[in-house]
Design a protein around this ligand. Structure first.
Ligand code: PMP
Length: 401
């Protein structure tokens, strides 16, 4: 007998578990559209050239491995907030942003969740239905209550804007409203600018606190500014807000775990106090964050020539995903004789497409066609090549009918 016999086997993670099943499949046809990681047209992982260049520079300089401060690398914290809000944003000039380096998007969200649990014990977090699967885990583990607001309309495979507004309106005053800054995961459906304005109006009216999750800045549209427009719109209204950032996708730094938590406050004093408490939460959790990814970001963003190289590579990645999206749409239209309207595929943005396939149909994709994807019907276009679009279209049409 083991003292641990009372510990049951945990279920596999619904997203990362897909990659494990993919590895075990021996078919040559197999396609992994589960996890959201960028692949080349040859379906190989991709390290950005600008990252390799900066890593060589770092090695030449012989930098040390001393501990970072609890809040992370100062040069990183500076550029990450500037990238998000724009360097000349008054919130930065007036020192109203509390920024701490986090363990990528997930770790930054987790820090903020701990802050909510500690200082807003009455508040709940509103999250979209559906959302990235890990959001619920993060708030559950931080013991922060959450509920869902309507977001996706299966009839149109589009945004249920009326439902979203009604649910945010019905929530108790002072709730946190989790919003995806751009390229909503898993649906790929974003509010249009006029809708963002209405969402901001309502959040202000209800005294809610917006909480942005920005995992795809620059990676969704190819433009760092366009992808930060939602956050900047809220900040320009003088609202207090939370923003978690990630460099997993836009710089391809998945395993370096580099991101940040930003809290915009209405005064520099409040920002300083919030930052001190974020550090207090981080210290017993992981003490201080890793340096490597922070240095990469600080060097790339801090050097005009390297910054431009990064932007060109980001445009290239976003462009490849857009090409694949178009080819998949064309293939579906050419092959499908049912008259189904596939235009929703072109309206979605970012690395994912929400196909509208239900769980049984998604299982058919995997079991019959060796296409690995999450059971909610989400496919990662970043894991698709132009060469595989026709095969995927056959699989989707077969699974729908
Ligand atoms: N939020 C969203 C919406 C995401 O899609 C992701 C990555 N899949 C993350 C946060 C966090 O990823 P990471 O922890 O690698 O930054």
């Amino acid at each position: 007998a083991s003292r641990f016999d009372g510990i049951a086997m945990a279920p596999p993670d619904p997203i990362l578990g897909v990659s494990e099943a993919f590895k075990a499949d021996t078919s040559e046809l197999k396609l992994n559209l589960g996890v959201g990681a960028y692949r080349t047209e040859e379906l190989q992982p991709y390290v950005l050239n600008v990252v390799k260049k900066v890593e060589n520079l770092m090695l030449e300089r012989g930098e040390n491995k001393e501990y970072l401060p609890i809040e992370g690398l100062a040069a990183f914290n500076k550029v990450t907030a500037e990238l998000l809000f724009g360097a000349d944003n008054p919130v930065i000039k007036e020192q109203k942003v509390a920024t701490v380096q986090g363990l990528s998007g997930t770790g930054s969200l987790r820090l903020a969740a701990a802050l909510i649990e500690r200082y807003f014990p009455e508040a709940k977090v509103l999250i979209s239905s559906p959302t990235w699967g890990n959001h619920k885990n993060i708030f559950n583990d931080a013991r922060v209550p959450w509920s869902e607001y309507r977001y996706y309309d299966p009839k149109t495979v589009g945004l249920d804007f009326e439902g979203m507004i009604a649910d945010i309106k019905a929530a108790p005053e002072g709730s946190f409203v989790l919003l995806h800054g751009c390229a909503h995961n898993p649906t790929g459906i974003d509010p249009i600018p006029e809708q963002w304005e209405k969402i901001a109006d309502l959040i202000q009216e209800k005294n809610h606190i917006p909480f942005f999750d920005v995992a795809y800045q620059g990676f969704a549209s190819g433009s760092l500014d366009a992808d930060a427009a939602s956050v900047r719109l809220f900040a320009a209204r003088g609202m207090e807000l939370f923003v978690a950032q990630s460099y997993s996708k836009n710089l391809g730094l998945y395993s370096e775990r580099i991101g940040a938590m930003n809290v915009v406050c209405t005064s520099a004093g409040a920002a300083a106090r919030v930052k001190s408490q974020l550090k207090r939460i981080a210290r017993p959790m992981y003490s201080n964050p890793p340096i490597h990814g922070a240095r990469i970001v600080a060097n790339v963003v801090g050097d005009p020539a390297l910054f431009n190289e990064w932007k060109a590579e980001m445009e290239m990645m976003a462009g490849r995903i857009k090409n694949v999206r178009q080819k998949l749409y064309d293939s579906l239209c050419a092959k499908d004789k049912s008259g189904k309207d596939w235009s929703f595929i072109l309206e979605q943005i970012g690395m994912f497409s929400f196909t509208g396939l239900n769980q049984t149909q998604s299982e058919n994709m995997t079991n019959k066609w060796h296409v690995y994807m999450t059971k909610d019907g989400r496919i990662s276009l970043a894991g698709l090549s132009l060469a595989k679009c026709e095969y995927l279209a056959d699989a989707i049409i077969d699974s729908f009918h």
